[in-house]
Ligand binder design. Structure first.
Ligand SMILES: *Cc1c(COP(=O)(O)O)cnc(C)c1O
Length: 406
């Protein structure tokens, strides 16, 4: 795989292939009946994404409702403090409506649902970020929205549960097993299976069976396209490096996809949590192995039985035992370098960016900020563009309670 020749000029057209594979990763591993429902979505997407009405409506929504394009900000004080001459910049998805990048693919997915004549969208949520973004999109388009959420997560994430309910979504409590994300995924898939004529399943990242990794990537590509043009406009050059955090992998694939054909180093940052022991982190691409879960083949963290291992990170948006198949592929061909940042460094970066720049980052994005700061210290000169995937308002109470003010 390492020596595979990949033509990046035509990359977005050629990957994934017709069956949803990026190299050996991706695909769709489902029962025949669910596969039929997925094929319906794939077919509709291929037709609709070429329609000028769909494209112009999505563009209008991004401009008038989401507030796109989001700006790039130069981190002048932080760059000066690091002092190597390297200049840091952030792509501000914290300023996208609802405060994170997730709305980019949710608006696309629900617009697709509307074009397909569906009445309802179904999804699971862990920390509630995907649920809130999807509930927002469903409210905008006037579709019903059912969000499946583990009972444990419902208790932990009261503000997001309230947001979803205010936005008109139904939050359905899942009381099986550990009562968290994995059980919620299973329950949401079951509900979709029973109602697939009327409803569409909306995944929260570049994971799951084909066509989701492709669709979500395509909807997030707007971030990379904007960022490339804006960065060139601001500085007259491309950045030397682009850094983004990787949970399922949607924000990182979005920004990377704008720079694949450029001489720009791409870094994906995984959460090392408390350390390298299995169960203490969620760095699947760094420590995992190939395997199939949730209907797709990728790199995953496995327990002794080969099942998805328990994972941990201070950033609940990053604690998923796998990552999108496209990341596994980009890793193997050597186009993106994956590395890790632990809880402590992420929390320090959370405070550093807030103090030095007046931007409170999501704790997920803080992993990318921490890594970019380390990178800037080793580089000597040049520029680094960080994907600031979201704002940190949702994390403030927990961080102050657990770590105090730093
Ligand atoms: C959900 C989330 C992430 C992680 O998801 P990806 O699919 O890896 O992007 C990162 N940052 C924020 C702010 C999130 O809400």
């Amino acid at each position: 795989m390492k020596n595979q020749e990949v033509e990046f000029k035509t990359y977005l057209k050629n990957y994934p292939d017709a069956k949803g594979y990026f190299g050996q990763y991706g695909g769709s591993y489902l029962s025949a009946e669910l596969q039929a429902a997925m094929d319906e979505i794939t077919e509709a997407y291929h037709t609709i994404c070429k329609s000028t009405r769909f494209i112009s409506e999505l563009r209008r929504i991004r401009r008038e409702f989401q507030g796109r394009p989001t700006p790039i900000s130069h981190l002048e004080r932080l760059s000066n403090k690091i002092g190597t001459g390297v200049q840091l910049y952030v792509k501000r998805e914290d300023l996208n409506h609802t405060g994170a990048h997730k709305l980019n693919h949710c608006m696309g997915e629900v617009l697709l649902a509307k074009y397909m004549g569906k009445k309802k969208v179904i999804a699971e949520t862990g920390a509630g970020q995907h649920g809130v973004a999807l509930a927002t999109a469903a409210a905008y388009f006037g579709l019903e929205c059912d969000i499946y959420m583990g009972a444990v997560d419902i208790k932990k994430q009261a503000p997001n549960v309230a947001r979803m309910k205010i936005l008109g979504a139904r939050v359905i409590e899942v009381t099986d097993g550990l009562q968290t994300l994995k059980e919620a995924v299973d329950a949401a898939f079951m509900a979709y299976f029973e109602d697939y004529k009327n409803a569409i399943y909306c995944i929260g990242s570049v994971v799951g069976p084909h066509p989701f990794p492709m669709m979500v990537r395509d909807f997030q590509n707007v971030v990379g396209v904007e960022a490339r043009e804006q960065f060139l406009g601001m500085t007259g050059e491309l950045p030397d490096a682009v850094v983004a955090c990787v949970g399922g992998g949607s924000n990182s694939v979005g920004i990377f996809s704008g720079f694949l054909d450029d001489p720009v180093d791409l870094y994906g940052v995984e959460p090392l949590g408390r350390g390298t022991e299995l169960g203490d982190h969620a760095a699947s691409l760094s420590y995992g192995e190939e395997g199939i879960m949730h209907g797709f083949n990728s790199i995953m963290l496995k327990d002794e039985e080969g099942e998805p291992a328990p994972v941990y990170s201070v950033a609940s948006g990053l604690d998923y035992p796998s990552s999108g198949p496209e990341h596994a592929f980009l890793r193997d061909i050597g186009r993106v370098k994956y590395d890790v940042v632990g809880d402590e460094d992420a929390v320090n970066a959370f405070f550093e960016l807030s103090r030095m720049e007046g931007i409170i980052p999501a704790i997920e994005s803080s992993h990318a900020v921490a890594y970019a700061m380390q990178l800037a210290k080793t580089m000597g000169k040049g520029s680094v563009l960080i994907h600031l995937s979201g704002r940190g308002d949702k994390d403030m109470d927990y961080i102050i309670e657990k770590y105090g003010i730093r």
